[in-house]
Every structure is written in structure tokens, then in C-alpha cells.
Ligand binder design. Sequence first.
Ligand SMILES: [Zn+2]
Length: 576
Amino acid sequence: MVKAPNSLAVIFSGLAALFGVWFWLQVSINEEAAWARFVILSESGATARALGHGNQTIALRQQQGVDEEQLAPLKYKVAKAEEKAGSPRRAIDLYRDVLMSEWKTTLSERELDGVKLSLARLELGEGNVQGAVPLLAEFLDKAGDEAAGYEKPSPDHPPSPHLAALVSAIDALSESLPIFPDKDILIGSQDEQLARTGDMVKLGGFYAKVEGGEHAAAGLLAAAHETRLALLGAADADTIHTILLLGPVYERLGHLQQAEKLYLEAVHAQEQAKGSNSPELSLYLRLLANVYLAQGRYTEAEALNVHIRRIFRDSYGGRRYLANQGRDRRMDVNRPVSIEFPLEKDYKASDLVAAGDYEIPLSKAKDSEEMSIRLGLEVSAEGQTMPKKLEQLIDLCAQQSGEHLSLRSGYRSFKTQSWLYENIDHRGKVTRPGTSEHQLGLAVDIDVDYRLMRNSDRAYQCFENHAWEYGFILSYPKGNTYLDGPDTYEPWHWRYVGLQTALLYREAGPLNKPQEFLAALPCYEERAQAGLWTTAGDEDICLSRQQKLTDSDIVLSPTPKWGDQDPVATSNGGGR
Ligand SMILES: [Zn+2]
């Protein structure tokens, strides 16, 4: 019996098995061979020829059903070759697969950053900002504080790898992002788009600080602004925040019209939301005014400045003046003292020192009360003390004038002032206790050739010209009514306020009104910081505010009682 069908079945099944083995061998041999060729060719620089073999290997393994985790290392290598050969789309797909895999955790941080940076630049090259931005934002997050303090790198302070990566993406960003976008660049759901604008604003803020990064910054911020404007509206705080970053970048790039357009948008939005006299408006008005100035549109700029001044007068000036009234000024070097601003009866500075311990010529015995003055250490000016500055000022003016200068009176206690007031013929000569700057310990009466300084002395001229450089001002100028009497001009009486305040008084203070100036000092400081100087003919906002408030809002401390003290140290005149 011939069992032909069985034999045939055996033969066929044998052949099938053989074919299976052959096929497996073919594939695996080809696959190994293909990969070997990819490695050899890509290492020898023949990237374009290598790629066919690399991609073939991946395809063959995918046919076999090899899982993604095992393919990831191959894809990583092929992606690099594709990037090198200039085939962005394929490289992007492969890199994305690598980043999706678990295998990526076997890469070093540097290698992984390399994948992300490559991917970001390839995506930008393809115009896919959406794909690149989260990757770059990740670098920014990793750089953290370093990015916030980014400065031009130097050999001593090279940028971190993450910052270096960000800087290396500048060209790709500049090329792919228009700085005046005419359509929405972002896609996806509203939430996705808004999340993306958050990254873009952070990145834009960083690139705005980097040399050569303005274009990239403008592109990122402009895209974020367009999207926020469309989705959130012009009045939204995030939209306005974007304008505050983008406007100055446009200005730096010389695109003044576009900056103007943005600032106008912010002004209108703020006006609608908060009214045309809201203090918040002044920032945007100032930005706009600066752009007008840069464009030579002076009339428009000045109109805005007038508006800003009005806003300032109506809000900041008064608010600040009230704050000044409320603060504890007992140890304050800048405290005003006059009939209107008297000192407390028990006021005594804790930092009195003997003037005789310095190179200061004295008119009286070294250990008398009036030969002490305050140290008056300024926090802002390290090591600058009042006695040291007085020493230098007297030395300079004695040399310049050829006259003999000495200290007649420094500190005077409430008690001493009371005794003088009671016992010396005080009509117009001795001021009321509590109203003298001498109790403050910061005032000095200067003798010229052993009598009180006069405005005809050469030394007086020197003081007028140079005292401010040492932190001193003339407290009782001609025509003042700070003390008892119709005109209590005292050319010998100089008051230490510190260098910064003396300079501010000279530059921005009201002429010959030192006590009013000191009373409204925060107002002047704020104006100076804002660059708002009072010009000739203009009303002095800080002063007018002060007068208005004196009537109604301000409660001054009561004038201290005096007159029940024991007689103490004697004095020989100049009792103010
Ligand atoms: Zn005096």
C-alpha cells in the first residue's frame, strides 16, 4: 500500500518548515547585515547611503513584531543620521518615538537633552512652533534661577548646558517666528493654546535679555499676544502683561509704530476697565509718551505727561504724604523740625558722639553738651557718618576761604533750649523748645573767625556751593517762618540730611523750603524715581498736596510743654 497522500503531507509540511527556517534566516541575516552596513556607512560619513540600511533594519524588525522598546535604540541612531542628512520629518518622527519609549531612561541627561534640543530645532525648521515651545520651556525651567540672572556669559561664568541650549535655538526661533504675525500661530483647544502662550511668554522674557535674542523674543511674545488677545480680550491681565514685555522689545528693534500700537491698546483697555484717571494707567501712558518722544512727537508726549502729572497729584502724592505722616520718624535723619513739626519733649537721639573726637575745630569746651553731634549713619552710604562729613566740609571751606571755621553749637537738649528760651532775651533770638533742629543733633551752627557765619563770608559761599555734597542743607533760608519771629534767616545754621536727600533737595526740592521738602520727602523721592520733575512755572505737586492735606487730614503731634526745667548749661548766643 502506498500512502501517497500521507507522504505528500509529510513532504509538504517538511518544506513548509524548511521555508520557515529559511525565511527566518534570510530576515535575520539581512537584518544583521543591514544594520552592520548602516553602522559602517554612517560612521564613515556616508550618511545618506547609510540611512536606507538603517530604515530597512527598523522596517524588518517591525515586520517581525519586535516591540517599540527594542526598536528605540535603533531609532535613536537612525534619527541622528536623518537629522544629519537633512531629512527633518523622518528625524522628528523617530526622535518623538524615542522620547515616548521607556528606553530613553538609559540615556544620560546630556544625551536626552540633546534629543530634545534637536527635536525643538527640527520642529522650528518645519514651522511647528507648537511642538518646539514645550521642549524649550523645559530647558528654561531646568536652568531656573540661572536664567533669571542671565547675563552675557564669560570664560569665568559659562552658561549652564540648559542656557546654552536655549541660546543655540535663537536662530531657529528667529527664522520660524514672524515678529508681526498676521494669523494665529497656535492650534489646538483654547486651554492648550493658552498653556502654550504661558511657555512662550516665559521664553520671550528670557530671550529679551539675551544679546541677539530680540528677534526670537519678539516672535514668541507677538504670537502669545495674538493668541491671548483673541482668546482672553484686550483688558485681560495676561494680555497686558504680554504687551509690557513685547513693547520694549519692539522699541529696541526700532519698530516704534508697532510698540505705539500695543501701548495704545493697553491704555484703552485700562481706561475702559478702571477709568481715565486711575493710577494704574500712568505706567502705560509713560510708555506711550516715551515712544512719542522717540518719534519726535513732542506735543503729544507732553500732553501725556501733563495727564500723568494730574493722575500722580490726585493719587500718589496724597497717599504718600499721608504715609509719611504716619511713620515713626524719631530716628530719621530726614525728619523735618519747625514750629509746624515740633520734636517731642523727651526726644534724644541715641547716637550722639563728641565732635572733639573728630578733626572738627570747636568754639566751646570739648565736653560741653553743645559739642556733641549725631553719628547719623546712613544705611545707604556705608561708613558715611555726619561728623566725618562735617570734618571734610569744614576742612574744604576753611582752605577755600582762608577763614577760621569752628563748631559753635551742635546738639542741644530740650532742657537746655528751655533754659535759653527762659533766661536769654529771646525775642527773635532763641527759638521755642521742641522746634529747634539742634535737639535733633543733626544741626550745626558754624563760627567764622569766632563769630557766627554771615552770608558775606567767603566760607558761606563755599558752604552754599559744596555743603550738599557732604549731605548738609541750609535749614533756615531768607524769609522763612519756621521759628519764632517774622524772618528767621540763619546763614550759620546747617543741617545734615544725608547725601541722597541733599542732592534731591538741590535737584527737585522747592526753592528755599527745606522743612516742607523734608515733610513731603517720600513724594519727592517717588517723583524722582518716576522721572517726574517739576518744571519751572508748574505747580509743585508734592507741596500743593501737602498744603491741602494740612487743613483736614493731618493731625500733628501737639507742641510740647516747656518752661518747667532747671537751668542748665550756659550758652553764648545762637540759640536756635
Ligand atoms: Zn542753629
